[in-house]
Design a binder for this molecule. Structure first.
Ligand SMILES: CC(C)(COP(=O)(O)OP(=O)(O)OC[C@H]1O[C@@H](n2cnc3c(N)ncnc32)[C@H](O)[C@@H]1OP(=O)(O)O)[C@@H](O)C(=O)NCCC(=O)NCCS
Length: 194
């Protein structure tokens, strides 16, 4: 059931709002810009980002990927932010399949290798969750990751996304089917310390 509080953004009204800039403490979540194209291409030079997001990224694809986020925001089907340090992208986080009507979304994230291990992903995930619960009125946000990706498991856990179970052979990667952990945080869950 979607939440129905009056102080959250009603369904169908996202398009009237600008996508916000959010501060996580370790980075700034800001909307993507066309000028970020080279950063997105550089991120996908990293084998781990290619592996866990099961895709590569040409310059043309990066431009199209950046350009599709404002449409997704207007359609209330998704929202993507650059994770920026000194205004330069060092990662991304997105509400990948946003269902504003039902109050549910999944989240995707990556951080460039040089900026890992500083709490960028976990702080961004926690910040996005609080905003999505408090402002969008979402009820449930989930993350799924391969059981062979302990870094993603640690990010989700640290951001208060409880492990709910293992989905057997739920995602096809380059080396075959992977079991996937399902983590989720509910609006009513107690936020993790810090
Ligand atoms: C997963 C990823 C986003 C983590 O980003 P990050 O900014 O380095 O994460 P944080 O610094 O917030 O670290 C969060 C936790 O992960 C742990 N962690 C980081 N790398 C790890 C690794 N390789 N193995 C195990 N734990 C790891 C950290 O120690 C920290 O745990 P702690 O709070 O218990 O100390 C980043 O490694 C990445 O982009 N990987 C490739 C793409 C990917 O896996 N995306 C997710 C797909 S589901």
């Amino acid at each position: 059931m979607p939440r129905t509080t009056t102080d959250t953004v009603p369904r169908g009204r996202l398009s009237g709002l600008g996508q916000p800039v959010l501060e996580s403490g370790t980075c700034t979540l800001r909307p993507w810009r066309a000028s970020d194209q080279a950063s997105v291409v550089a991120a996908f030079d990293d084998p781990d980002i290619r592996r866990w997001h099961a895709r590569s990224m040409t310059a043309e694809e990066a431009a199209a990927w950046i350009a599709h986020w404002p449409d997704r925001w207007r359609a209330e089907t998704g929202a993507g932010w650059a994770l920026a340090v000194n205004d330069e992208p060092v990662g991304q986080i997105s509400l990948r399949h946003l269902n504003h009507a039902d109050g549910v979304s999944d989240v995707s994230y990556w951080v460039m290798p040089a900026f890992r291990g500083r709490g960028v992903a976990s702080a961004a995930l926690g910040t996005l969750a609080v905003w999505a619960f408090d402002v969008l009125g979402l009820h449930r946000i989930f993350v799924d990751h391969s059981t062979r990706n302990p870094a993603s498991c640690a990010v989700a856990t640290r951001a208060g996304f409880r492990l709910e179970g293992t989905k057997r052979e739920d995602a096809l990667h380059a080396d075959g089917w992977h079991d996937m952990h399902l983590h989720a945080r509910l609006a009513a869950d107690v936020a993790p310390a810090g």
